[in-house]
Ligand binder design. Structure first.
Ligand SMILES: [Cu+2]
Length: 557
């Protein structure tokens, strides 16, 4: 078992180029860059255009002008904030919202999506959207076995949705693009929490506008607890030794507004911007230039990559070891020692870190291993370095309980049947899945409720993608031809796709049936999702798949 996917020494010297990156990749099993042949220069322009969707430049610029402009833009796309921060602002902790129990025992949450103004940057006012506030939303918390009832009021000028990312629930409660909430309307989904303790999140999912709505500030965490995990021995005092860190990048315009496009005209012209917004400014829980004070010897951080398109390769500047204790959909059986951890958009991880009295250390994102080559690696943030937040330990720390060797409440590995049904999903250079772009009326896959299937996802060699499936949990059982490292296995609901390679997921299908309302599977780079890199699946009684409708209008095969 590989205990880490990169030492700090590699981090400090490796900028995503050369031998250190290659060694890094082969060690992690997370990238394929090392195995790919060197590309000839004359194919580069075509590849950039394919990879980034920048077809505009083909017609409007001569080859010479294209090359010059691309060079200028490319040079400016290697970003870092190291040395530019003072960590002077205490990080905001999203307020905990546990709802109210009504007379029938349901836990009722009142949420309002609203427009407002935030001071995200010093001396600037930024128009933003939020839930129950101007930016981001409260951390919701509920317990397994409870019935929850949501009341979402949309006070925004636009129709939106709220998707419960990672939640096991009926498709019509999922908050995907079929559950639009018009301005002024109220949406009341209800379901029973029926899955192990985990850090989930919520965010809008309107058809073709998700990137815009998330960029403006709509997102929040949803913590699920259960009786078993409560005895895991992990730190669990919210905001004290159990601290959420919502990691986001933003690009700000000079007037303080958030850049919603992610590329200037010239950048679009030369084909930069396929990743959508890759900002030069880091916000943690909506806080710029943040620090967090800790008062215990062990601290659990719930790390959430809520960025539109940016991946993070997280570690500490002194390369200290930490323990991975949970992935997206639940605890790990055993805390896993690591020094680095990569999160693509939508991925979460819980880690436990030890601190000494009075010390300070910075959580940094080192250049992520995207497995891409020149030039798309840089265009997807593969050479960027960002200080995320400084941790400041108080001079006196309360001694925490030692971390146990095994964690109670960890869900068992998904059991794959002997002859599992296998579905294949191939991503092509035009951001399509199995040759198709998202069609709201088309049901791409019909799945039997409660069964375990193998989903094979094959990536495009030139573009960074990941894969998220709604309403369920999966394990990664094979990654780019290899058994995945322990930190990649899951329980997960989102995972980076190996570029030019295939991953095999053991997918535990939802138990809720609804032949007419689909769940989604899609890339969680929000711009890719918005331009159609998404498909729909329904879940039906086993044996009724062939008679189930293949359109949301109800038409059969
Ligand atoms: Cu993608």
């Amino acid at each position: 078992m590989t205990a880490s996917h990169g030492s700090a020494a590699e981090h400090d010297t490796g900028s995503g180029e050369g031998d250190s990156a290659v060694a890094h990749n082969s060690e992690s099993g997370y990238g394929q860059g090392a195995a790919l042949p060197k590309k000839r220069p004359r194919t580069i322009r075509r590849r950039i255009l394919l990879a980034t969707g920048g077809v505009l430049g083909v017609g409007l610029l001569s080859v010479g002008a294209y090359a010059v402009n691309f060079g200028v833009v490319y040079k400016g796309r290697k970003l870092s904030n190291v040395g530019k921060l003072s960590f002077n602002t205490r990080v905001r902790i999203p307020p905990l919202l546990e709802g109210r129990q009504d007379s029938s025992g349901r836990r009722v949450f009142r949420l309002t999506a609203q427009a407002g103004e935030s001071r995200l940057l010093p001396g600037r006012r930024t128009p933003t959207w939020g839930i129950n506030g101007a930016f981001l939303g409260p951390t919701l918390r509920a317990r397994r076995g409870e019935k929850v009832s949501m009341s979402l009021t949309n006070h925004l000028p636009d129709a939106t949705t709220l998707h419960w990312h990672g939640m096991h629930l009926p498709a019509e409660m999922d908050g995907g693009p079929h559950q639009m909430v018009q301005p002024g309307a109220v949406w009341n989904p209800e379901w029973e929490i029926d899955q192990p303790a985990a850090t989930l999140w919520y965010h809008p999912h309107p058809h073709q506008s998700t990137a815009d709505h998330v960029s403006r500030g709509l997102a929040g965490l949803f913590i699920i607890e259960d009786d078993e995990a409560a005895r895991s021995g992990l730190p669990d005092s919210y905001g004290v030794d159990d601290i959420p860190l919502i990691l986001q990048d933003r690009q700000f315009n000079d007037d303080g507004t958030i850049d919603l496009r992610g590329a200037s005209f010239m950048q679009s012209l030369v084909g930069v911007g396929g990743a959508g917004v890759l900002g030069d400014t880091i916000l943690v829980n909506g806080t710029y230039d943040p620090h967090v004070r800790v008062s215990t010897s062990l601290v659990r951080f719930r790390l959430m990559n809520a960025s539109n398109g940016r991946s993070y390769n997280l570690g500490f500047t002194d390369s200290r070891e930490f323990r991975l204790v949970a992935q997206e959909n639940g605890l790990l059986e055993r805390p896993l020692p690591l020094r680095g951890l990569q999160l693509s958009p939508g991925e979460r991880a819980e880690i436990v870190v030890a601190f000494k009295p009075g010390e300070r250390v910075v959580l940094r994102s080192f250049p992520p291993e995207l497995g891409l080559e020149f030039p798309t690696s840089r265009l997807y943030g593969g050479e960027d370095t960002f200080d995320m937040i400084e941790v400041r330990a108080r001079d006196r720390l309360t001694e925490s309980r030692p971390l146990p060797d095994t964690l109670r409440g960890a869900p068992p590995a998904i059991r794959v049947p002997e002859k599992p049904h296998t579905r294949s999903f191939r991503i092509d250079g035009n951001l399509r899945i199995n040759g198709k772009s998202m069609d709201m009326s088309r049901i791409d896959e019909v799945c039997p409720a409660g069964e375990v299937e193998i989903w094979e996802v094959t990536g495009d060699a030139q573009v960074m993608h990941n894969f998220h499936v709604h309403g369920l949990t999966f394990n990664v059982i094979e990654y780019a031809g290899k058994k995945p490292d322990a930190w990649l296995r899951g329980p997960k609901d989102t995972v980076r796709v190996p570029p030019g390679g295939t991953m095999r997921l053991a997918v535990a299908l939802p138990t809720y049936t609804d032949p007419k309302t689909p769940y989604m599977y899609h890339c969680h780079i929000l711009r890719h999702e918005d331009v159609g890199m998404m498909g729909q699946f329904t879940v039906v009684e086993p044996g009724t798949e062939s008679s189930a409708p293949r359109t949301t209008g109800g038409t059969h095969h």
